[in-house]
Write a protein that binds this ligand. Sequence first.
Ligand code: PHE
Length: 493
Amino acid sequence: MAEVRARWKGRPHFLMAAVGSAVGLGNIWRFPYIAYVNGGGAFLIPFFVALLTAGIPLMMLEYGLGIRMQGAPHVAFSKIKRGLEWIGWWSILAAFVIITYYAVVMAWCWNYLYHSFTLAWGEDAKGFFFSKVLQLSGGPAELGGIPMGILLGLLITWVVIYFIIYKGIGRVGRVVMATVPIPVILIGILVVRGLTLPGAVDGLNFYLTPDFSKLLDPKVWLAAYGQVFFSLSLAMGIMIVYASYLPEDSDVTNNAFITSFTDAGTSFFAGFAIFSTLGYLAHATGVDISKVAGAGPGLAFVTIPTAISLLPFAAAFFGVIFFLTLLTLAVDSLFSLVEADVTAMIDKWGIRRERATFVICFAAFLIGLIFTSKGGLYWLDIVDHWINNYGLAAIGLAEVIVIGYIVGTKPFREFINSCSEVKVGIWWDYMIKIVTPIILGATLITSFIGEIKKAYGGYPMWALIIGGWAMVVGIIVVSFLLMRAKGKGGEST
Ligand code: PHE
């Protein structure tokens, strides 16, 4: 007897959860920098074009699939055609890979939350991060043990995630009511602090002064599409799973617009916090802003801490605020990925949610130990590069090809319109059939050419083969095996 599928308490819960997944570390440590290197204020043009021509159409596709098929991505694709189930597994496994290292980044954040009370990084934030906290080894071949602080952080992360997920979608819905607004408020505090510092205006000029000549560079456009896909958490099965807990006649289009614009707005807003602070850092140290601007862990764990130490008063307070922001940004992105995998297990084998959650959390914890080790940062960097460049784009491409050419955009659009407040026109068909496949195809090809031209990050070839190519091929092979594995196809509760 099939059980009744669990439901969100209401539309706001679903929307908050989707926004929580989309708004993550990428909004604060990726968007501002990508905008700055790709034309500053002028980047907003390709960014919005990418949002409207690919991000939102693909989000509608994923919401539509989840609502219509009422199941995890593998269920959705196998309902389209039995032999396509593997595409769903592909996204679920890619999500699992991201989970294993995203949790480690959260582990660093817990450590820094603790260290910010005493501003423990002192004068040398760089040395502190790499030598003290990560205890970074000489290269990917030297794993060399696990620093206790990070291990503890990883454990805390997984306990927190387990308790949020194991009870089901109802609890997720309640948790996001806090974890979504909190970081936005905290970013607001950081913006006010940043803007009232000397040098802030120079920082903002750097961030936003438009360089329209960049719009002629195709790389800038690809960067915009890449940022949109990443930021909206597309192609990882998340939006399909979250939408599958909505009733079958739920709105698609308006939900997609709301989620996407909220995410984009938060990115733009976070840029004010980051660049005003960088402007202050440049002002206080006399170093040019172009030298201090950066993205990723270097920005969050070295540059911003350096600036925080230089604050005129209450530096520790703002340090705590900053790392709380990162933690609350990251947590709902992480559990959205976990939820996608847990739902997939429940939908395939009909096992109990507690058990599925435990299996995923524990397995991800164990694999995460690699990224926690002293050589872990190298592996994290390699795996992240491959999953973002080949996982995301390839899965997105498969999705639009299946809907565009196997299901057909017209019947799919008619379904979407039958339950949506805002009706989409034929433009959606063109975006799914032509624009998005071309962009994703071009992204895959340019990334691949880049790989051949230069070994990524200067790492030894064997490490790139293991952490990059073998990982990607492994995911595809396992996807096929999972498709063939017998399931119960039970519904979740
Ligand atoms: N959207 C999240 C961010 O911007 C990252 C993310 C990507 C989360 C893919 C889940 C899946 O940080």
